[in-house]
Design a binder for this molecule. Structure first.
Ligand code: ZN
Length: 423
């Protein structure tokens, strides 16, 4: 991730925080993303300032992180980077041991009038009844039985996009880990490691039935859903999906598409069925798009507490992988990377000044690019902060509080911090 991207993510985080902040509600009732990077965890009132020696990155240590992978662009970047490495390691080891993988993508027809929360419930129901179907169990196995496809287990990745015309489009990418070879005659895995087309058609039929049962596929849509509702691809696509997991091109913060829509969005129009990721919505909100603001709030509520990646029981063990870490644990991990060094500290008042001027992202960029002499870095940081404190505060989102923590390091209380400009 480039320093510029990191700066962008802080701008988007600021937007998310102010969208999710609920006026009149207490600090503890707020969405965790509201407090992300807005308080200090250490109890010493100091946050550490770290810099990659090659200038490619900068970060703070000892600040509150939300670990909310759906709503926080800053935490999401860190969490998905670890998930991506974990998945590619899993896949590499599996393939090296002679294993196969498929990438299954599960979708359903657009239901533009249905609220996202309801869509997600019905979609989950459909996936459950698909997995319970006799067809699925025979091909994909269940409880230790590997089915005719030799399935060891599945990693499900939940995603969503949204379009102005078509509404929400939740979908799941399922990475199926399978063992080849041991199935003799009728083995649905061909030498290229792909599922045979007969097996795929059966799974598609079962998916259509599951969607109908969940109320997500009308009779008139059956043949279309059979064609497009379940997509099965081989190992190369699975590896490609993993390689891009959580990367910027998948959420498109600075893509051409984003700029187009931002431009079009200001006059309230959007062509056909263009679809956007939730973090793109934040980008549009910055350009004043009210539709995007409403969608992001709806999305944050509907996805709160849901898992982005789910490993089927026993799969990690079968692949000889240790347990993966929770999202909030990854986000809060302050351990220095080998290429990093601490170049200074900032106080909670400094952090407040950066947040209230919307300069936190720029501060990261500044540290990465300009604090190149460790012996002078603290002075450079202080000079920068003096400049920031001379700037006017922004009108929105001035909600910095100091947090205290319980023994599990969860936020217990947040208090206002009095901030005075440097004289
Ligand atoms: Zn966060």
């Amino acid at each position: 991730m480039s320093v510029q991207r990191k700066k962008d993510r802080f701008e988007l985080l600021r937007m998310a925080s102010s969208l999710l902040y609920r006026k009149g509600e207490g600090p503890r009732q707020q969405h965790p993303t509201v407090w992300c990077n807005r308080g200090i965890t250490t109890g010493t009132d100091q946050a550490g300032v770290w810099r990659a020696v090659d200038g490619s990155n900068a970060r703070l240590s000892g600040v509150i992180t939300c670990g909310a992978v759906w709503t926080c662009p800053v935490c999401a970047a860190k969490i998905s980077e670890e998930r991506r490495k974990d998945l590619s390691q899993a896949m590499a080891g599996h393939v090296a041991a002679g294993g196969h993988a498929y990438l299954l993508t599960l979708t359903f027809p657009h239901e533009s009038d249905m609220p996202l929360g309801e869509l997600l419930e019905k979609f989950a129901k459909a996936r459950q009844s698909w997995a319970n179907s006799r067809t699925y169990k025979r091909i994909m196995g269940e409880k230790g039985d590997r089915g005719t496809a030799g399935r060891l287990g599945t990693v499900n990745a939940l995603e969503v996009t949204v379009g102005k015309a078509n509404g929400w489009h939740p979908h799941v990418h399922a990475l199926v880990f399978a063992v080849p070879g041991a199935f003799g005659e009728g083995d649905p895995i061909n030498p290229a490691g792909d599922l045979a087309s007969g097996a795929i058609d059966e799974l598609k039929g079962a998916w259509v039935k599951a969607l109908q049962k969940a109320g997500l596929c009308a009779v008139s849509q059956v043949s279309d859903v059979f064609k497009h509702g379940l997509n099965v691809r081989g190992g190369a696509k699975a590896a490609e999906y993993i390689a891009k997991f959580g990367k910027d091109e998948r959420w498109g913060a600075s893509s051409e598409l984003t700029r187009n829509h931002a431009k079009v969005g200001t006059v309230g129009e959007i062509a056909g069925d263009m679809h956007f990721t939730p973090f793109q919505l934040l980008q549009f909100v910055i350009s004043g798009d009210g539709w995007a603001a409403a969608r992001f709030r709806e999305y944050a509520e509907a996805f709160h507490g849901r898992r982005m990646l789910s490993w089927s029981p026993g799969l990690r063990k079968a692949l000889r992988l240790a347990d993966d870490r929770e999202d909030d644990e990854i986000a809060a991990d302050d351990r220095p990377a080998p290429e990093e060094e601490q170049v200074g500290t900032i106080s909670i008042e400094d952090l407040s000044a950066l947040v209230s001027r919307n300069m936190l992202g720029d501060f990261h960029r500044y540290v990465a690019e300009s604090c190149i002499h460790p012996e002078r870095a603290q002075q450079d940081i202080d000079d920068y902060l003096r400049m920031v404190k001379a700037m006017p505060k922004f009108g929105r989102g001035q909600v910095l509080k100091r947090a205290t923590f319980d023994k599990n390091e969860r936020i217990r209380a947040v208090e206002p911090v009095e901030y005075r400009d440097a004289a």
